[in-house]
Design a protein. Structure first.
Length: 147
């Protein structure tokens, strides 16, 4: 599958929100999403990513980079709203999305990536484990980014 990953723009928000609402059974309001997106669009630590195919958003994620002053935590990333449109699953799109996210996180000097996932997303959990994330509890995963 020929998919292109890139940082999201405001033009992508309708597709991003539609996909998240579908995958996470949410009812996120587009106007609220635009307001928040525009508030943080110039903040290098808030990154929205989309995967596009045939001019359609089929994958997305949010990356939050968290620099700390603490040696043991250093800089890390929290990932959320990672999803692939259901009819596009089982084609390694999530793996390629995580590869793209990992590169961004490494560019920001993150030492690890963490994410949480809703309990009903069992296939996603398998994907995260296969990618190398460790389960810290029932909903929170962690993957080190050592070279």
């Amino acid at each position: 599958m020929n998919i292109k990953f890139r940082k999201a723009t405001e033009k992508d928000l309708a597709g991003f929100i539609e996909l998240c609402n579908e995958c996470f059974e949410e009812k996120t309001n587009l106007l609220k999403a635009k307001r928040i997106f525009n508030k943080y669009k110039d903040d290098k630590n808030h990154i929205y990513v989309v995967g596009e195919m045939d001019k359609k958003i089929v994958a997305c994620a949010k990356i939050t980079i968290i620099p700390t002053m603490f040696e043991h935590m250093a800089t890390y990333a929290i990932l959320n709203h990672i999803c692939v449109k259901p009819e596009y699953r089982r084609h390694k799109i999530a793996t390629h999305l995580l590869d793209y996210i990992s590169k961004i996180c490494k560019q920001h000097k993150c030492v690890n990536m963490s994410l949480w996932s809703l309990n009903f997303r069992v296939p996603a959990h398998k994907c995260y484990k296969n990618y190398g994330f460790d389960v810290l509890d029932a909903k929170f995963f962690n993957k080190g980014l050592e070279d």
